[in-house]
Design a protein around this ligand. Structure first.
Ligand code: ADP
Length: 190
């Protein structure tokens, strides 16, 4: 199985690149943000809870997120592998993912981290707000909060995978196609 953690700050391009990776490698794309948004749309109990955190740019609590992720993975027992997009976002989530995959007799193959500097991220999120209709993209304070949460809670997850020898940084600046080519080259060399 090919199990990829696609990592990077809000606006790094994880969703865009995931679409290209699933097409080429026939993986299941699991975006925790997308699953939460689908639940908000469907007005489920999980959606109502998630919304109260997401609208402020805060993380949804680990336990809720981890349980949701586990049940999403179990929906695809015959998959070639997964792209985890927006997960893990804390060290506790990374540990839970490892032990869960271990119980399924598989593991993370690699973390690919898209690197984009903060000013460029803010520009991208501002543009995305005009088309996405996402509340958390429209408000500069919420965007700043998401970037701060990324720096304090999520960026340390890199170290977790570095220590396992699974961390690879990818330059996330440039044409979308060029970034895709960089990702393909790395994956093909695994
Ligand atoms: P982005 O990468 O642009 O911030 P996402 O769609 O990945 O957007 O996530 C949107 C929001 O969903 C996050 O700000 C957070 O509130 C919530 N969320 C997504 N993934 C997680 C996670 N793994 N743990 C906790 N909260 C999450």
């Amino acid at each position: 199985m090919l199990n990829i953690v696609l990592f990077g700050p809000p606006g790094a391009g994880k969703g865009t690149q995931s679409e290209r990776l699933i097409e080429k490698y026939h993986l299941v794309h699991l975006s925790t943000g997308d699953v939460f948004r689908a639940n908000i749309k469907g007005a489920t109990e999980l959606g109502v809870l998630a919304k109260s955190f997401m609208d402020k740019g805060q993380l949804v609590p680990d336990e809720v997120t981890i349980n949701m992720l586990r049940s999403e993975v179990l929906k695809h027992p015959d998959s070639n592998g997964f792209i985890f997009d927006g997960f893990p976002r804390t060290n506790a989530q990374a540990e839970a993912l490892d032990s869960f995959l271990n119980s399924l007799k598989t593991s993370i193959s690699v973390m690919l981290a898209l690197e984009v500097e903060e000013n460029e991220l803010k520009e991208r999120l501002k543009k995305r707000a005009e088309i996405s209709g996402r509340i958390d993209d429209a408000n500069p304070e919420v965007i700043q909060n998401r970037i701060n949460v990324y720096q304090s809670e999520t960026a340390p997850v890199k170290k977790y995978y570095q220590e396992q020898g699974k961390f690879i940084a990818i330059d996330g600046i440039g044409a979308i196609d060029h970034i895709t080519t960089r990702l393909f080259e790395v994956i093909d060399s695994l």
